[in-house]
Every structure is written in structure tokens, then in C-alpha cells.
Design a protein around this ligand. Structure first.
Ligand SMILES: NC(=O)c1ccc[n+]([C@@H]2O[C@H](COP(=O)([O-])OP(=O)(O)OC[C@H]3O[C@@H](n4cnc5c(N)ncnc54)[C@H](OP(=O)(O)O)[C@@H]3O)[C@@H](O)[C@H]2O)c1
Length: 287
């Protein structure tokens, strides 16, 4: 028997397994392409000949393959061999895939956590690295120490199967919202005849304002406190109308500013005019 099994030894999985070994745990590994296990075997890991053998070898297994669906595909054939085992899936994936994985594990009698690794492989094992997990609280209580070995700032953030894909979708959308905002901004500046250097010089200023948005979000959304608005939805709507009119006048493609303007307009129509812009979370979450 080993302390922990690691299934999937790609760039991330190998970093996870290496860190588990360096923590002094006994580790059994399995990878579809067995050659990727060579360095780990030299470092003291045990090679399992199949996913079944890897799961059987330890009470808890970390899976890190392509997606949650890959984990489901690998583990479903094990059936009752999963009973009583704990699977911590650190693969990335969508909400439906996560729900299917958890349903399969529960039907087989296994315990589960799904985690999101907020780091590159080089960050694994560092105190500041966070792996955010969701799943039953008692499973985190029993096995959170394994995850904290992989990232010292790791935390349990939810209990639902879709929680981690939801968090991933939220963080990715927030970051890419900024990036796509810059892309649309670059396009409207080009069409409006503004030298791109002038817009580029303003990017750090705009990025600095993102801190205010983050503060506002943290202050208002968790407590649903939207009434003491510094800038109301109605004020945002007026500004978004101005911006959209320039996209239109310059013939710049305007799907993103139009989407934002339409959401603010819907907010006004649905009674959020005097509230903080962040109140639109409540409007959208009702859909
Ligand atoms: N790399 C990062 O910076 C990073 C950061 C955060 C999260 N992640 C997540 O970690 C997971 C793994 O990423 P990675 O960077 O390690 O990717 P990778 O280097 O491409 O490795 C992919 C792993 O998945 C296995 N795999 C793929 N399809 C499979 C299948 N059908 N059956 C069995 N095994 C299969 C591969 O096995 P073979 O070796 O046989 O191909 C390999 O072990 C992904 O979900 C990724 O989103 C990665």
C-alpha cells in the first residue's frame, strides 16, 4: 500500500507526484504513456500497471489528466473497486463533466473532491500556491493536508460538483473580459484615428482602476449590499450609451460594448437604476 496514488503524469501531474514524493509520502503512479513515470520511479515511486491497480494501492488518489471527462472515462470501468476510496480530481473541466464524474464516483461508493490548480507546474509545492477544492467538507477535513502539500495556500471553497468549474469560468471570464475590452478598445481607437501609443499609454491607468472594481465587488456582492452606490446603474448606462455611439459612428464592430450597454439598460428596466452596477449579478443569477 502507498499513502497516495497519482494518476496522470503530464506536466502538471508529474509536478504533483514529485512534490508528494518529496513530502515523504509513499506514492504509486500511473500514466497512459508509462515512459513518463521514469524519473518518478527513480525518485522512489511505485509504478501501477493500470488505473485499477493505482486506485487499489492507496486510500486517496490524485487524478490530473486532460479533463474531468477523461477521469470519468478512466475510472468508470473500475466500478466497485472505487468503493471507500477518495478521488481528488485536479483536472480542468466543465460543470456538466464535473457532475458526471461525481455521480459516477458516488454510485461506485467513492468519496470525492474536485480542485482547480491556480499555478503552473513550477508553483506546485510552494507556500503561496492555491489549489481550490470543492466537495464534502468531511473529505476535505480528512485529506486537505495532501492538497496543502501541493499548494500551501490551498482551501476548501464549496461543496457542489459544479462549484470549481463555476469558479474557473468566473475567473477566466473576468480576466478575459479585461483582455477583450482592450481588443475592442484598440479597434475603436484605430477607427477613430487615435495613435495606438496614446491608447496603450492609458492601459496601465485603466488597469489601475480595476482595483477599484475589485474592491467594490468584494464590498457589495458577498453581502448583497448595493444601495449606497458611488456610481449607479443609470450612470453607467449613460456612459455606455456614449461609448456605444462612438463604436457605431466609427463603424467599429460593437458586440461587446452593446452587450454591456444592453445589460445596464435591462438593469434600469428591471428596477436596478439607483443601485451599484454589481447588483446586476443578482439580475443575471435570476435567469
Ligand atoms: N500545465 C499547467 O500549467 C496547468 C495549470 C493548471 C491546471 N492544469 C490542468 O492539469 C491537467 C493536466 O495538464 P498538463 O499540463 O499536465 O497536461 P499534459 O502535459 O498535456 O498532460 C496530460 C495528461 O493527461 C493524460 N491523458 C490525456 N488524455 C488521456 C486519456 N484519454 N486517457 C488517459 N490519460 C490521458 C496524458 O497522458 P499521456 O502522457 O499518455 O498523454 C497526460 O498524463 C489539465 O486538466 C490542465 O488544465 C494544468
Amino acid at each position: 500500500m502507498s499513502d497516495v496514488s497519482a494518476i496522470g503524469l503530464g506536466k502538471m501531474g508529474a509536478a504533483l507526484a514529485t512534490t508528494l514524493l518529496s513530502s515523504g509520502r509513499s506514492v504509486t503512479v500511473w500514466n497512459r504513456s508509462a515512459d513518463k513515470a521514469a524519473a518518478l520511479l527513480e525518485a522512489g515511486a511505485t509504478l501501477a500497471p493500470s488505473p485499477n491497480a493505482a486506485i487499489a494501492a492507496s486510500p486517496v488518489s490524485i487524478t490530473c489528466v486532460k479533463t474531468h471527462a477523461t477521469t470519468t472515462e478512466l475510472l468508470r470501468p473500475l466500478g466497485a473497486a472505487l468503493a471507500g476510496k477518495t478521488i481528488i480530481d485536479l483536472s480542468t473541466g466543465g460543470a456538466k463533466e464535473a457532475e458526471e464524474l461525481v455521480a459516477m464516483l458516488l454510485a461506485a461508493g467513492a468519496r470525492w473532491q474536485i480542485g482547480m490548480i491556480n499555478a503552473y507546474p513550477s508553483g506546485i509545492g510552494k507556500p503561496e500556491t492555491a489549489i481550490l477544492c470543492a466537495g464534502p467538507a468531511e473529505v476535505w477535513a480528512a485529506h486537505g493536508d495532501v492538497v496543502r502539500t501541493l499548494g500551501g495556500a490551498s482551501a476548501h471553497v464549496g461543496t457542489e460538483p459544479a462549484a470549481i468549474p463555476g469558479l474557473f469560468a468566473a475567473m477566466f471570464t473576468a480576466r478575459q473580459g479585461f483582455m477583450f475590452g482592450l481588443i475592442y478598445g484598440g479597434a475603436v481607437c484605430r477607427k477613430a484615428g487615435l495613435p495606438m501609443e496614446a491608447f496603450a499609454a492609458q492601459v496601465p491607468v485603466t488597469f489601475g482602476m480595476a482595483k477599484n472594481y475589485a474592491d467594490l465587488f468584494m464590498r457589495s456582492v458577498p453581502t448583497q449590499s448595493y444601495d449606497d452606490a458611488g456610481a449607479t446603474v443609470a450612470v453607467y448606462l449613460a456612459a455606455l450609451d456614449d461609448a456605444l455611439s462612438t463604436f457605431e459612428a466609427t463603424g467599429t464592430t460593437d458586440a461587446l460594448p452593446r452587450l454591456m450597454r444592453d445589460l445596464a439598460a435591462r438593469g434600469v428596466a428591471e428596477g436596478y437604476a439607483a443601485k451599484e452596477l454589481t447588483a446586476l449579478v443578482e439580475m443575471l443569477a435570476k435567469d
